[in-house]
Write a protein that binds this ligand. Structure first.
Ligand code: MG
Length: 257
């Protein structure tokens, strides 16, 4: 199993980056692993910590319509260059926390996505340089108030509510280029989204290069790489689970706000 990099809070409220062992013990690091954090002799038992989102980015840059089948279902063409937008860091929640359904919306959708975690300052990078700036991979749900996205024209409100960016549960450094991405609702066996990440229009290296020519990416920043076909509504009480082969599963429940 690939090494899993996690972020946790202990019962005293101290936050640690760490390595998750198969026993679910966490070996604490003295800094974020992309900042060269080293192992300490502190080991946390499963009962001693709660899981946090695996990083604390300065920004989340998300990409729209990066799978042709999803662009089609939204009634649009694949953009000729990446369509990017921001989600605020305050939208992040870890696996296991609740998504709050905002009272301003009558249509909230899931969007299962591969998330890239940036390990180094990235500014004006070529795709080859950008490749070296991607430290690892995790899972995201780009929760979207679809009615407000259409109504507002721009996407800040629709994408920016608190709890609208489930992220985690941990980071891995290696990922199969054809890894399968699936989204499941409740106890249904058939996924509502099922694709392979190599179906993206613009690759991770290209996206990081493109974004780095607009804004400097910082260590710990997160890139959401877009969602495949099959977006659909969430209802209060639903459980939504995004799985990516080789990473794990991101699990959240929708509650009334
Ligand atoms: Mg999205």
């Amino acid at each position: 199993m690939a090494q899993r990099y996690i972020r946790v809070k202990n019962q005293e409220g101290h936050i640690y980056y760490g390595l998750l062992h198969p026993s679910f013990k966490v070996q604490a690091l003295d800094a974020a692993p992309w900042l060269n954090g080293q192992s300490t002799d502190l080991s946390l038992e499963p009962d001693d910590y709660q899981i946090l989102a695996p990083c604390a980015p300065s920004k989340i840059v998300a990409v729209g319509k990066n799978y042709a089948d999803h662009a089609g279902e939204m009634g649009s063409e694949v953009p000729s260059e990446p369509l990017i937008f921001l989600k605020p860091p305050t939208s992040i929640i870890p696996s296991g926390k609740d998504i709050h359904y905002p009272s301003q919306s009558q249509r909230v959708d899931y969007e299962g996505e591969l998330a890239l975690v940036i390990g180094d300052h990235a500014s004006d990078c070529t795709p080859e340089e950008a490749h070296t700036k991607i430290w690892g991979y995790t899972i995201a749900n780009d929760v979207t108030a679809r009615d407000l996205q259409r109504k507002d024209g721009q996407w800040t409100r629709a994408k920016g509510f608190d709890t609208f960016c489930p992220l985690g549960p941990w980071i891995v450094r290696e990922l199969s280029p054809g890894a399968r991405l699936q989204t499941f609702l409740n106890d249904e066996i058939t996924p509502v989204q099922c694709s392979n990440i190599d179906q993206m229009v613009f690759s991770p290296d290209f996206l990081v290069s493109f974004i780095s020519k607009v804004m400097t990416l910082m260590p710990g920043d997160v890139i959401l790489t877009g969602t495949p076909l099959g977006v659909g509504p969430l209802n209060i009480g639903d459980r939504v689970r995004v799985e990516i082969e080789g990473i794990g599963r991101l699990d959240n429940t929708v509650v009334a706000s």
